[in-house]
Design a protein around this ligand. Sequence first.
Ligand code: 5GP
Length: 346
Amino acid sequence: MRIEQDLKLDFKDVLIRPKRSTLTSRSEVDISRDFVFLHSRRKYHGIPVIAANMDATGTFEMAQALARHQLCVALHKHYGEAELLAFFAEQAMSPASFYSMGITAPDYDKFCRVKKLAGDTIQNVCVDVANGYTKAFVGFIHKLRAAYPDITIMAGNVVTGEMTEELILDGVDIVKVGIGPGSVCTTRRMSGVGYPQLSAIIECADAAHGLHGLICADGGCTSPGDLAKAFGAGADFVMLGGMLAGHDECASEIVEQDGVRKMRFYGMSSREAMKKYAGGVAEYRAAEGKDVLLDYRGPVENTVQEILGGVRSACTYVGARTLKELSKRTTFIRVTQQLNEVFGQA
Ligand code: 5GP
C-alpha cells in the first residue's frame, strides 16, 4: 500500500484569477478551435464541446441543435444500424458527430457493418469503457486503429498521465479523461476509485500534449465556469452530460412531480440503463450510476448560449482573445471550500 501525498484538486477547489486584458467585449473572443488529429490526420474546426454518449444526450436531435453553434455529439450506442445509416447519410454537420461503441465483439461487428455502408460519412468514433486501464481495451484500440487508419478515435476513460501516453501511442487521437466525476455516476461511492477531475485534466493534458495528442475532459461540469476551468486546465474538448440533460432534444421521459415538469436522467451503468438495454444488472456486478429527476428546461438553445457566454466571459477576464490562449493565461487560485466542508463553515 502507498499513499500519494500530492494535492489533487476538483473544479470546486479553484477559481481563475483575473488578469490585465485589452479586450473590451466578449464578442471579441473566438472560442472555436482548429486541430489536426495526430493519427487520423483529419482536420477539426468547431467549438470543442461534445454532448455525452448517454442515451438522453447523445441523440440525433441534440446533434442538430448543437451543430447550429458548431458543437457536436457523441451519439449513444443504442441506436439501430438503419437509423445510424440514415443519420450519417444525411448529416452535413460540422464538426461531425462521433459514432460510439464499447469493446465487445458485437460492438465491433456492428461498427464494421455500419462503417462499410456509411463510408466516409463516419469520420469520428468514441470508444467508451468505464475503465480504460485494461489490456482488453488497449487490444481493442490496436485492432480498431489497424483496421481504420483514417478515423479519428476518441477513447477512454483514464485519469493519469502514463495511461494517457500509452493510449496516444496505441493510436488514440483524443483521450477521454474522467473516472467518477459524472453527475449521475456512483463509481467513487461504490468502488472507492476515482481522481479529482481538475488534477486529472492538468496531468493528462500535459502528458497528451507532449505527444501531440489531445484530451477530452469528461464529466463533473455543473456550470459554465467549470467548462472554463477545464479549458484553463488544458482540456482540448469538454464532454457534457447533466448540463445538457432535461431538454427537448433529450430522449428522456417527462414526469410530473408536485405540479412541476421533470425529466428522467440516469447513468449508463445505472440499474435503469442495465434494465433497459441488458435485461438487468448481472449477478457479479453492481450498478455504478444513479437515476435522477431534473427540472425540464425546454429547448437546449438557451443553455448552449449560457455555456458559450460563460466561457467567453472567462476568456475576457484573463485577456485571452482565443480559447487556445485560455490555458496559457490561466492561473488557478485555491479556495477554501474543502476546509470549510471539513470544519462545517461552508
Ligand atoms: P456529467 O457531465 O453528467 O457530469 O458527466 C457525464 C459523464 O458521466 C459521461 O460522459 C460518462 O463518462 C459518465 N457516466 C455516464 N453514466 C455513468 C454511469 O452510470 N456510471 C459512471 N461511472 N459514469 C457515468
